[in-house]
Design a protein around this ligand. Structure first.
Ligand code: NI
Ligand code: MN
Length: 228
């Protein structure tokens, strides 16, 4: 059974097939984080793009744990310089087979400059084929109609940004859910700071009324699993 723990912002810990998969670690400088980076264990670290609020703790966690970084080539190279010893570089549209399942790098409409100003390549999302769930993690992105293609095979869970300003907001997330047709949907990238404040309960109510998906809203530090 796969368990999803929201650590705050866009950081998720996915425990599946005996592996700990950490996504977009941004903990030590996140005022809403559930844990500090020193207290997180990981076998794999997935990074969607190069912005500090997704990558800032990835290098030190990778260096401490020996976790394998999975991201585009530019981000893997950058994190190697931060101390990550293992990586499996990809680019948009590609799929790799990992011990916890298959990973596809999906497109995202956003930017991806690394914290030191170097290029992070194109921003991405992830499509994960886990042993018991197909999961789409959108990353930071605007709404785009090719989400229909990402949802063409049945999705058990979509994890979408709802904060607005830097990514799509609640209105466009409802359209995204219509394109993706996931069974369940969870929000991220909101309430970390005032400029991306959102009412997650109001969003969940809209999801229930306006879409076919079941909303799952958890607080930082809380986990959920998907009932079959
Ligand atoms: Ni970003
Ligand atoms: Mn971001």
């Amino acid at each position: 059974m796969t368990e999803f723990t929201w650590l705050g912002h866009s950081c998720w810990l996915i425990e599946t097939a005996g592996q700990r998969v950490l996504v977009d670690p941004f903990l030590d400088d996140n005022p809403a984080a559930a844990v500090k980076s020193a207290d997180v264990a990981a076998d794999f670290i997935l990074v969607t793009h190069g912005h500090f609020d997704h990558v800032s703790d990835a290098g030190k966690i990778a260096a401490r744990t020996g976790a394998t970084v999975i991201a585009n080539y530019e981000i893997c190279e950058w994190l190697a310089k931060q101390g990550a010893k293992k990586s499996d570089a990809m680019n948009t549209g590609g799929t790799t087979k990992q011990p916890f399942g298959r990973v596809k790098l999906t497109p995202a409409w956003h930017s991806s400059t690394m914290p030191d100003g170097t290029s992070g390549g194109h921003p991405n999302g992830f499509l994960l084929e886990l042993e018991d769930a197909r999961v789409y993690i959108a990353g930071d992105t605007a709404l785009f109609s090719d989400m229909k293609l990402i949802g063409a095979k049945k999705l058990d869970l979509a994890i979408l940004p709802i904060g607005d300003r830097f990514t799509m907001g609640p209105d466009d997330s409802i359209l995204a859910i219509d394109f993706l047709q996931p069974r369940c949907v969870a929000p991220m990238h909101f309430n970390t700071w005032p400029p991306i404040a959102q009412d997650a309960q109001a969003w969940a109510h809209r999801v229930q009324i306006e879409t076919n998906a079941s909303p799952i809203v958890v607080a930082p530090g809380e986990k959920f699993s998907l009932d079959k």
